[in-house]
Ligand binder design. Structure first.
Ligand SMILES: [Zn+2]
Length: 344
């Protein structure tokens, strides 16, 4: 399988963030992508440089001001902070009190919703090329390719139209899904990261042409907290085109795979003609952020179920942190996906 990845995606280098009242090392490290890339190349997959498709496809999903903000955010911050620091806001926008200010601190607080999305010197290039990896994958499906893996890092599914959240800046899967609409009438997003893809849901919540289904830990006491509850089914033209399969903490593999069966059934019912998988590996039992029990065999099972749809499929990397099984779970998922596709 082709792995779309650009070295510049490694340039976003967050140091730490706040959790449980402590400043701890940031889990979304460049090393994640290095591990995934190296393990997959060693398993016979082919590394491919994504083409540069510009900011057009990104701005088709995100607010133009938000996208442009990152062009100069680091330089503006460096001039303001006058030192060797990374850009983290100490103000955030409020419900209803949401004017866009002109200064860098206020704009950081306007566009980022937590302290997990610091802007570092290489953030702009990293998020741009992470998005290009996804766009190029979509472009390839439009051109007739059948199964492609976009090694997106930083991840994307927590980012909404004009907000960064949960390590995510540009919503790679959403950008790819929207891009796929150039050819495919009905696009399905299957989000199997342990965290709900609330940014993706938000982007497509009122659209009926892109169906978003996510399986994740109950957000009532787990990030991203503020959306993706089971009763959220879309609005307006999108009513019925969002589906959230909510798991209790501690849910084990057979029940999770039963949830994946529900996702696949939803895709069949929707009569999707292309699939984007928001592929997180943080459901794995040994993932540092996991609250579930899931193994490499489980990832193989998920891949086989999704591939049974027999649709053009773009795999977009989301979460999955530096636990012992990260690289192996990716190897097993991609191997199972290819095998299933060959067998159809
Ligand atoms: Zn996650």
């Amino acid at each position: 399988m082709k792995i779309l990845f650009d070295e510049r995606q490694l340039l976003h280098a967050p140091l730490d963030y706040f959790r449980q009242g402590k400043q701890i090392p940031h889990p979304e490290q460049p090393q994640r992508a290095v591990l995934l890339r190296d393990a997959l190349v060693a398993d016979g997959h082919r590394l491919v440089q994504p083409g540069d498709h510009g900011t057009g496809p990104i701005k088709a999903v995100h607010d133009a001001g938000y996208v442009d903000f990152f062009e100069t955010a680091w330089e503006r911050w460096a001039a303001y902070a006058d030192g060797d620091t990374i850009a983290v806001p100490n103000y955030h926008v409020s419900h209803g009190l949401n004017r866009l200010p002109t200064g860098i601190v206020g704009q950081l607080g306007y566009y980022t919703t937590d302290t997990a999305c610091p802007v570092t010197p290489g953030t702009r290039d990293a998020i741009y090329w992470s998005a290009q990896a996804a766009i190029d994958g979509a472009h390839r499906l439009i051109g007739g390719e059948d199964l492609v893996y976009s090694l997106c890092r930083p991840p994307g599914h927590h980012a909404s139209r004009m907000n960064s959240n949960g390590f995510c800046f540009f919503n790679n899967a959403a950008i790819a899904a929207h891009h796929l609409r150039q050819k495919f009438e009905r696009v399905m997003i299957l989000d199997i990261d342990t965290h709900a893809g609330q940014g993706t849901q938000d982007i497509f919540y009122e659209r009926g042409d892109v169906f978003f289904v996510s399986i994740h830990v109950d957000p009532s006491d787990y990030p991203p907290f503020f959306a993706c509850y089971a009763d959220e089914r879309g609005r307006g033209a999108g009513l019925g085109a969002s589906l959230n399969i909510v798991l209790d903490k501690g849910t084990e593999e057979p029940d999770i795979l039963a949830g994946v069966d529900q996702m696949v059934a939803a895709a069949r019912e929707f009569q999707a003609d292309a699939v984007v998988v928001s592929l997180g590996f943080d459901m794995a039992t040994d993932d540092p952020l996991s609250e579930l029990t899931f193994s490499g065999t489980g990832f193989e099972g998920a891949a086989a179920r999704i591939m049974a749809l027999n649709l053009p499929t773009l795999l977009v990397q989301e979460g999955g942190y530096l636990g012992p099984s990260l690289a192996n779970n990716a190897v097993q998922f991609l191997r199972a996906a290819e095998t299933a596709r060959r067998d159809i």
